[in-house]
Design a binder for this molecule. Structure first.
Ligand code: THU
Length: 129
């Protein structure tokens, strides 16, 4: 899949954010090894802690559809900020070390990865040892 298309899909998903409380819209696009794209947006709630981030919406949607192998995640915000800590942990769990592109509303990008965002991650291997 074309990187440009994945970026556009994340920006498109961002427009669907349900962000009535923060007014901070986030979109995500996750590409599977097979080339499918799953989109996510943040979904807020009047009971604030029930909010889910765009990254986890995309990941959980893909997992629930039966997907298990991912190759690239794009996260779109207004200002090109990095995923929150909770999402970093979930990305590590479900994707391992994959490239992550962060894009702002002008289309400026930053290339990073799961391991760069979450060094020395806690994972399954720590339970097994
Ligand atoms: N948010 C995300 O969707 N992803 C992140 O990685 C950071 C935060 C959302 C959650 C909430 O709806 C809004 O941004 C403000 O925190």
């Amino acid at each position: 899949m074309n990187r440009k298309i994945l970026i556009e899909k994340a920006q498109q998903a961002r427009k669907r954010a349900y962000a009535k409380y923060s007014n901070f819209q986030v979109g995500a696009a996750l590409e599977t090894d097979g080339g499918k794209i799953y989109q996510g947006c943040n979904i807020e709630n009047a009971s604030y802690s029930l909010t889910i981030c765009a990254e986890r919406t995309a990941l959980f949607t893909a997992i629930a559809a039966g997907e298990r192998h991912f190759k690239h995640l794009v996260v779109a915000t207004e200002n090109g900020v990095s995923p929150c800590g909770a999402c970093r942990q979930v990305i590590w769990e479900l994707c391992g070390d994959i490239p992550i592109t962060i894009v702002d509303k002008e289309g400026n990008t930053i290339e990073t990865s799961s391991s760069e965002l979450l060094p020395k991650a806690f994972g399954k291997q720590d339970l097994d040892s």
